[in-house]
Write a protein that binds this ligand. Sequence first.
Ligand SMILES: [Zn+2]
Ligand SMILES: [Zn+2]
Length: 344
Amino acid sequence: MSSTTRSSPTSAAARPAAVESPPGVAQPSQGYDGAGPFPAEAEEPTAPRGLGDRLYVTVTAVIVVAPFLGLGLAGWLLWGSLIHPADVLLAFVLYLVTGLGVTVGFHRGLTHGGYRSGRPVRVALAVAGSLSFQGDVIGWVATHRRHHAFTDRPGDPHSPYRYGTHLRGQLRGLVHAHVGWLFRNDPTSARRYAPDLLADRDIRAVSRAFPALCVVTLVLPFAAGWAIGGTWQRALTALLWAGLVRIALLHHVTWSVNSLCHMIGRRPFRTRRHDRATNLWPLALLSFGESWHNLHHADPTSARHGVDRGQIDPSAAVIRLLERVGWVYDVRWPTPDRVTARRT
Ligand SMILES: [Zn+2]
Ligand SMILES: [Zn+2]
């Protein structure tokens, strides 16, 4: 099914038989030369129009800006020594749980089918990812599959090449790919890109619970801080560091994979035409291995993204662990042949 969405001039035989693109994905837009702005930009709206659009932008602004305000406030409080080891520990644990929920659950499992798992593991990972404040699981997966179907071409929801490859276009594109795209009310059809998840009752329930899970992800550190420290001040510092700051950090690491990992870094593996995904080592640890993004775009279903020596991939390590205890199975580990076939 990949052949309808892949337009690489390179050998079709080197491509994986199964990719993430669902049936019915259209051909990439015609008339894109790989350097100019995406053709649709000529008539793009400059401002939100209706009430629905304004509400969408307002909610997005709260989700994007609030954690950053928390970061500023937290820094100010730190100046007064209002940070405690328990805050850091809580932040670390929640970063780990929610980050792996996104990478192992949302991304490698639900989006790309890099492994199969039983119901409890599937739901637990979907809940963990939902606690990351990155949108509901079905919307996340649909948007990401669309990114793979149209990578760095018209139709990609967050390509840094949207405004062309000249300097000004690149800077504007970087902002767009990192965070600007969130403010465009440009919904991705879940029926088209994630029909498998819509057909899954458990995942639908997790998706519907997203607003409640946003509350949980803030209440958890607040309650834990209160329980550990015994005062409301300790509850508040835990909320700031292990709630807002933790969310802000994971937000920007995730968004950096969308922006930086399509602009800077190495490209040892062949990807489709126009696809400029890169491997960017400085983000490997913080992104749990997701910044080996060039390999990921070259072989989207692979459960391991860091395939070369020394490439840290904590998400793959967690999948391996889950496989050992029998919680996931049918894992698509990269084979030497598969990796070699994709090298440039
Ligand atoms: Zn990408
Ligand atoms: Zn992906």
